[in-house]
Structure formats: C-alpha cells, structure tokens
Ligand binder design. Structure first.
Ligand SMILES: *[C@@H]1O[C@H](CO)[C@@H](O)[C@H](O)[C@H]1NC(C)=O
Ligand SMILES: *[C@@H]1O[C@H](CO)[C@@H](O)[C@H](O)[C@H]1NC(C)=O
Ligand SMILES: *[C@@H]1O[C@H](CO)[C@@H](O)[C@H](O)[C@H]1NC(C)=O
Ligand SMILES: *[C@@H]1O[C@H](CO)[C@@H](O)[C@H](O)[C@H]1NC(C)=O
Length: 366
C-alpha cells in the first residue's frame, strides 16, 4: 500500500515535471524569415535561370536525406535548417520556389519564407560577380511587397502584426561584400578605404533592418561575419597556407561596427530585440582547440581538388573527404553540416560570449 502511494506520488510529481517542461518548451516561434547569402540559401538560386552561383549538382547534399543536391552549399543541412529545427519549425522554403509554383490564390506558409541567395551581398554591386543572385535590397523588397501583403490578407492587419512580432528575422550576409573588396584585382580599394567600406556596409544594413521593422519585424537574429580570411580559398592564396590577416582584421572591424549599430538601433526603435551572433568567435575556438569539437582538419576543404582541395572548387569531377564530421569546411567558402551544427548550438543555447546581448533561445522567449 505504502509503495502504491509513493508510486502515485512520484507519478504525480513526474507529470508536474513533464507539464512544467512542456510549458517552457511551448515558447515556439510562429515563423522565420531568412535573408542572406549562400550560408543560408536553401534553394532560391536554383530558380535563377542564368545564375552560376548554384549548388544544384553533386557533391553538394551528399549527406542530405536522399543524398540530393538541393541548392544548399553544404554536404547536408545548413545553418538555416538547423536554426529552424531548434526553433521548432520547418525550414522556411525558398521564396522563388513558392512564386514559381504559385497559382492564383495560394498563400505563403505562415511558418516563414527564405529569401537567401548564394552570392548576395549587402551592396547591390556585390552581386556583379555572379550577376544572378538576389541582392539584400531585392530580398527585402520581395518580403515587403509580396509576402507581407499576403500575410495581412491571411491574418488581417493586427493578426499579421502579432504573428510577425513573435517571428524571427534572420539575416546572414556580408561575407561576399568583404571577399569582393579583398579579392585580387578588385578595384574597390581604389574607391574607398576599408574603414569607409565596412562603415557603409553597416549603415546600409541598418537601413534594411529599419525597413523590415516598418513591415512588422521585432525579433532579429543577426549574424556577424566569420573568419573569411581563413577559408580554404584564402589560405590557398598564401604560400604557407596562413589566413589572410587583412581580411580577418576588417571582418572584426565590421563585426564591431555591426554590434554597436544594433545597440543604437534598439535605442532608436525601442520595441525590438536582437541576438548578434559572433560566428567569428566560435570559429576562432575551432582553430584553437579543434579536437574539442571533433575536427581533424581545419584548413582544407572537404570537396574540391588540388592544394587544400581549394584549387578546383567542389564540382562533380572533384573528390570529397570520406569523413565530413571532422572537417570544418565543406568547400572553398562554406562550413560542413558538422561545423554549422556547432555554430547553431552555440548561438542558440550558449553564453553571452557568442550571442549578444542574448542567445536565440532567450530572444524567442523575450
Ligand atoms: C514546386 O513544384 C515542384 C514541381 O511540381 C515541386 O517539386 C516542388 O516541391 C514545389 N515546391 C514547393 C515549395 O512547393
Ligand atoms: C539597390 O537596388 C534596389 C532595387 O532592387 C534599389 O531600390 C536601390 O536603390 C539600390 N541601391 C543602391 C544603393 O543603388
Ligand atoms: C601569408 O600569410 C602571412 C600571415 O598573414 C603573411 O605574413 C604573409 O605575408 C603571407 N604570404 C603571402 C605570400 O601572401
Ligand atoms: C569521423 O569523424 C568524427 C569526428 O572526429 C569521429 O567521431 C568519427 O568516428 C569519424 N568517422 C569515421 C568513420 O572515421
């Protein structure tokens, strides 16, 4: 009898715990809107007829369910997928796949849309390298003139405002602008100093964030730029395979500028919250203690040919490494799924050291 009571008591306590747990888990995101470049493109560029910046061929996707290339510049899932998974929603589908399928009155999914496009930059002009990517300004135009209007039709004006105020607005961009500045043969250094260039990147991004605020955005997830000077394409240009210190130096300057811009934006707009993601800082930890994260190879790409598998990009004739979990880089520029997973874990749950002033989990609850 006594045993029975205590069993019932612990069952009762157990269900309280389960209930408590599910209450805290109930803080879900209703939607996510993703803006950015190839680090988070989930297939928009596949719908651009002339674009060269596509990942629609092997060996991309070799670890994706079905082993299919999907337009993700990765062996498997990318950061957009992993962040959506953590936030408890399906990966927001590519905007261009939705409009190309759109019959007269079908609606955009309430759980969000991705505008991210490989090759895109903060500046319209950064696109000139590939021509056929969707620059950030155009991504925001698609959001405000098409998707936002559709949400208002679906949910009503105040319903849409409420929905959007709890949704995440994720922005991962800027690497292409900086890589463009520091690429050999670029004439950008003749037009502006690196300081002027990164200042204008920050200012342009600020205008973009303000304009999505006019269309309902209240919770921003903003990624800083990673250590682009250490990506295989940059190391390959150095005789001793070292990082391009100048590119890294200005990346850090940009990130500092971005962080203080966000602080300023919050005091200007008041009703926003944000999480600034220090991707650069997480990457530095990979380099300092690779084995802590299961990495054996931090310099070389996994897919490609030649020195550091960086002389020929990841194309169908390239070879790829047998173990994708112990490489930081998948190809010339992009992380493996394994590396992306650590980035996302760190910024979602991790300390303020890497997600400022709060991590994404806290942002969702804010
Ligand atoms: C668009 O249509 C194609 C072909 O019918 C289909 O494979 C694809 O899944 C559709 N995309 C979406 C996002 O529904
Ligand atoms: C960038 O392109 C958009 C159109 O997509 C345009 O509205 C905007 O003025 C352009 N920005 C600059 C600085 O040229
Ligand atoms: C290689 O990188 C190191 C460290 O940044 C730098 O000191 C050196 O000048 C670079 N060498 C070449 C050939 O670029
Ligand atoms: C691949 O690398 C990971 C991480 O270092 C390791 O745990 C795993 O055992 C490796 N797999 C194989 C098949 O070697």
């Amino acid at each position: 009898m006594g045993l029975k009571v205590s069993t019932m008591t612990s069952l009762f306590l157990f269900s309280l715990l389960v209930l408590g747990f599910s209450f805290s888990e109930a803080q879900k995101v209703p939607g996510m809107y993703v803006f950015g470049d190839s680090l988070v493109d989930v297939g928009n560029n596949n719908h651009l007829k002339l674009s060269l910046a596509k990942a629609d061929f092997p060996h991309n996707g070799v670890d994706f369910p079905g082993k299919k290339p999907t337009g993700r510049f990765s062996n498997g899932h990318n950061s957009a997928d992993l962040l959506a998974e953590k936030a408890g929603i399906v990966t927001p589908p590519p905007y261009l796949s939705l409009v190309s399928n759109k019959t007269s009155n079908n609606a955009f999914p309430i759980t969000g849309v991705s505008f991210a496009s490989g090759g895109a930059g903060i500046f319209n002009s950064t696109d000139q390298l590939f021509k056929q990517s969707v620059p950030l300004s155009k991504q925001v135009e698609y959001y405000s003139t098409v998707v936002y209007q559709d949400l208002v039709r679906q949910l009503g004006s105040s319903g849409a405002q409420l929905h959007l105020s709890k949704s995440l607005f994720t922005v991962v961009i800027g690497s292409n602008d900086l890589l463009g500045y520091f690429s050999s043969g670029s004439d950008l250094p003749k037009k502006s100093t690196p300081q002027q260039y990164v200042d204008l990147m920050v200012l342009t991004l600020k205008q973009v964030l303000k304009s999505v605020h006019n269309f309902g955005a209240r919770k921003y997830v903003i990624a800083g730029i990673g250590a682009i000077g250490c990506c295989p394409s940059q190391r390959n240009q150095n005789k001793t395979e070292e990082c391009n210190e100048e590119a890294n130096y200005w990346t850090v300057k940009y990130n500092e500028g971005l962080k203080s811009m966000l602080q300023g934006l919050k005091s200007e707009l008041k009703d926003i919250d944000y999480s600034f993601l220090d991707i650069y800082g997480v990457f530095v930890r990979f380099i300092q203690t690779p084995s802590t994260f299961g990495f054996n190879e931090i310099k070389s790409a996994c897919c490609g040919l030649g020195n550091l598998r960086a002389q020929v990009p990841c194309v169908p004739v390239s070879s790829y490494c047998s173990n994708r979990s112990d490489h930081v880089f998948w190809d010339l520029y992009h992380p493996t799924e394994a590396a992306a997973r650590i980035f996302v874990d760190t910024i979602f749950h991790g300390s303020q050291q890497y997600a400022v002033p709060m991590n994404v989990e806290q942002l969702i609850g804010a």
